[in-house]
Ligand binder design. Structure first.
Ligand SMILES: [Zn+2]
Length: 399
């Protein structure tokens, strides 16, 4: 039996405030935080393993609220759909390990074939990985966002990481399938996407979205809506979704409603900043609008911005580099807000009540990075991560 407690001494970012010479005690047997405070004022238990990380910062484990475990090499929808499931699973094991070692102790997979199984295997302790909050398969209309229309419909549906559904009752049934699969939330494509050319038309009607939200909420699952364009955004907010993903094309009216209802906003900036510049004029216009007007409205209406990279694990969006979204959010909202968006607010968005803070009684999910990320969020790059603690267990990375 090893030392029951971990004592970490260094600067602490609790989730909102910064303690210069702090101390955090983690009970390794329960996996929870038992003491937080200034060094000297904290009761350091006997039989502890003391780790002095002077000059480094102890933060809540990072969260990425929008990823996909696609296990695909290319940013290419046809490949996401057709990569054999075994290969998706094997590559995703490596991706899960990379995510944890990059400081991400929680990720939310918004639609994939691997998510729920990966979650189970990580929980069984088969390999290192973050806590996975999985949407299982996403919900899409027939001929919708990720329907590979060159294939016959039945084959496309068989291969897809979405359930296709049309009309309120099919939509309710699709939610029930997600529940059956063990999904932790429901992801819905309320509009088209850039992954299939530039489409900002709404998908699903307001009636369908309302049925999805009602069915999901009735079993306690949140709903995340992929939404581009005024109609899809308006319908999603009206239907009562819990988070807007991407959210290109905000208007003051939509932003105001989101503020009033407390809808989380996940702008997935990295997805647009990382995309190859091969798109058409319309695409460039939309991206520009997102990076200017949408961000202005988000600030003006104090939207609850959350870090979500939309990384899928391909070569241009490799899992493990997800801190880039924190850097991108910081560009528009400042360093502290970006850290909040990746920790305490992300936990709120995911409905994790005992996570996202360095606080007594909370999960012992922590990351220790060299320097002070409050001064420079680049300090969260993977080669700056010294340790990751997940459920009280220490993973030494670059010490
Ligand atoms: Zn996505």
């Amino acid at each position: 039996m090893g030392m029951p407690y971990l004592v970490l001494q260094g600067s602490v970012f609790t989730g909102v405030e910064f303690i210069e010479a702090g101390c955090v005690v983690v009970d390794q047997s329960t996996g929870s935080i038992v003491e937080v405070g200034r060094k000297g004022e904290v009761n350091e238990p006997k039989y502890s393993r003391v780790i002095d990380v002077h000059g480094s910062t102890i933060l809540p484990g990072l969260m990425d609220a929008h990823i996909h475990f696609f296990g695909s090499k290319k940013y290419d929808m046809a490949e996401w759909v057709t990569t054999p499931e075994t290969l998706v699973a094997l590559r995703s094991v490596a991706d899960a390990r990379r995510l944890l070692r990059a400081g991400f102790t929680t990720v939310r997979d918004l639609g994939s074939k691997a998510g729920t199984y990966l979650r189970q295997a990580v929980e069984e302790g088969m390999f290192e990985g973050p806590r996975i909050v999985s949407a299982a398969k996403s919900l899409s209309q027939t001929g919708g966002d990720d329907d590979l229309t060159i294939l016959p419909l039945d084959i496309s549906e068989r291969l897809s990481y979405s359930y296709y559904c049309d009309g309120p009752w099919e939509c309710r049934k699709a939610v029930r399938k997600v529940v059956r699969d063990g999904g932790d939330l429901v992801k819905v494509y309320a509009s088209g996407s850039m992954s299939q050319g530039t489409k900002v038309r709404r998908q699903f009607t307001l009636e369908e979205l309302k049925a999805i939200v009602d069915e999901a909420h009735s079993v306690g699952l949140k709903v995340a809506a992929h939404a581009y364009g005024e109609e899809a955004l308006t319908n999603s907010v009206k239907a009562g979704v819990d988070s807007i993903e991407h959210g290109i094309g905000l208007t003051p009216e939509i932003a105001k409603e989101m503020e009033r209802k407390g809808v989380f906003y996940i702008p997935t900036l990295s997805a647009y900043l990382a995309m190859a510049p091969t798109r058409n004029e319309e695409h460039l216009r939309l991206v520009k609008r997102h990076l200017t007007e949408d961000m202005e409205l988000a600030k003006q209406f104090h939207l609850k911005v959350v870090v979500g990279s939309d990384f899928v694990g391909c070569d241009t969006e490799p899992h493990g580099e997800n801190y880039r979204e924190i850097v991108n959010v910081a560009k528009y909202f400042g360093n502290k807000e970006a850290l909040v968006a990746a920790t305490s607010r992300a936990a709120e968005c995911l409905g994790l009540e005992k996570s996202g803070w360095v606080k007594v009684g909370y999960d012992g999910d922590l990351v220790i990075a060299r320097g002070n990320p409050m001064e420079d969020v680049e300090n969260l790059s993977p080669n700056n991560i010294l340790y990751v603690i997940r459920r009280g267990q220490l993973h030494a990375i670059n010490d």
